[in-house]
Design a protein around this ligand. Sequence first.
Ligand code: NPQ
Ligand code: MG
Length: 368
Amino acid sequence: MRLRSVCLREIHIDLIAPFQTSFGTSHSRRVILVEVDIDGATGWGEVVAGEDPFYSYETVETAWHVLRDHIWPILKGRDFRAAADVFDLLAPIRGHNMAKAGIESAIWDAEAKARGIPLWKFLGGTREEIPCGVSIGIQATIPELLAKVEKELAAGYQRIKIKIKPGWDIEPVRALRERWPRIRLMVDANSAYRLEDAPLLKSLDPFYLIMIEQPLSWDDIYDHAALQKQLDTPICLDESIHSAADARVAIELGACRIINVKMGRVGGQTVVRRIHDICQEKGIPVWCGGMLETGIGRAQNVALSTLPDFVLPGDVSASRRYWIEDIISPEVEVTPQGTIRVLSKPGIGYAPKLERIESLTKRKELPP
Ligand code: NPQ
Ligand code: MG
């Protein structure tokens, strides 16, 4: 197969509500959409890099530059066997996984469409319905948090994750547990703590959280292993896992008992499948993280979540939790049981709304 053209678009789209984490507050997203033509089949991917280098060093600007000036020259007109070969072709470029994943995922969509099969099946998915959770940002007050959680539970979501940071950790967790003793509850610190905070994190043990996500530094694995030894609550790594090698090291060191898999963070579906297989073999459950994606990235996440070791509810939720109007049709919807059912159309299965995308586009380029 041959990559004939790529179209890069940057769209700006407002979030329904601000989203606050330990590293900042987002009100809207700048999102790069990647449209590819593979032998006449069109595929769509999304770059999940943020506006600022806070979640990771990649940003919208670095991803645009790397896609246009480094990735496209490698892939342009190149003959390759399958989307599964793209990651290794891009190996000369170190890092920049979100940029790589943006184009690889578009190529997977195009290849699945050319073959006339749904992407989730093409990736090796085995589940037609995926369990869903929500990620709830830091709130101004406990009553506001309780109201948010009540709404999501009423919508059917199977698991609640709240963002924590020093000063917003024990109290919100205690309040949630008092109100809902039995729900599946977890916290995500986005690297807001140090190993010296182990006693504080240990004091979360009595609340039987299903996991604590990324308590320590984004570039650490070693201290997480030291912390995990002191905690009964499983640690889940997010920011620290950038490759299959990272996953292997983290598991071997005992740095985590669960891994959050994000296609953008690890560089595309091929690496996701490698990490998935390593985790499955080692008995480590995985789940699909979220990056405030528009419908394109969301649809890609739905497909990945059908792989067999994605046994825990992910941060893959309905379009309407984020956007007044999504950029795909149909929108991603959640059943009253807190699941998303896969579609049976070829590729990602959801159609990009071209007029809406055009109206949100702030920059567009077809590199020669
Ligand atoms: C996480 N996401 O699991 C991330 C963090 C995150 C849904 O909790 C712009 C770009 C804003 C990327 C906010 C969720 C972001 C972002 C949060 C990623 O850690
Ligand atoms: Mg996280």
